[in-house]
Design a binder for this molecule. Structure first.
Ligand code: SF4
Ligand code: SF4
Length: 98
């Protein structure tokens, strides 16, 4: 059965609406890269909706500039290996709904 006229949401399009005021000081920091090397599941690479975390060569990179400040990574890193703060005042994401 084909259901018509159901609006769909493209998450990439929604994220594109956001604006970011980027601070030069990262508000997300990996505490110990050695811990990341021993983390086989690397859940941060999948649960972050903004794909902030990536594995490059032998370490975790943090593209904090695109962070949505949802807070998921502060609780989901199995090793509590992410130092998480909000961006400084005046910096960070500005959400746009349309
Ligand atoms: S989940 Fe935590 S320990 Fe594992 S790779 Fe990500 S930041 Fe490192
Ligand atoms: S706070 Fe949310 S968007 Fe920002 S890095 Fe963590 S999981 Fe990703």
């Amino acid at each position: 059965m084909i259901i018509e006229n159901i609006p769909t949401v493209n998450i990439e399009d929604k994220l594109f609406l956001n604006r970011y005021i980027v601070d030069e000081i990262p508000h997300l920091v990996i505490i110990d890269q050695e811990v990341c090397r021993g983390c086989t599941a690397k859940p941060c690479m999948t649960f972050c909706p903004a794909r902030v975390y990536e594995w490059k060569d032998d370490h975790t990179t943090v593209g904090y500039e695109g962070c949505l400040e949802c807070g998921a990574c502060r609780i989901a890193c199995s090793f509590n290996n992410i130092q998480w703060t909000f961006p400084r005042g005046g910096f960070g994401v500005q959400f746009r709904l349309a």
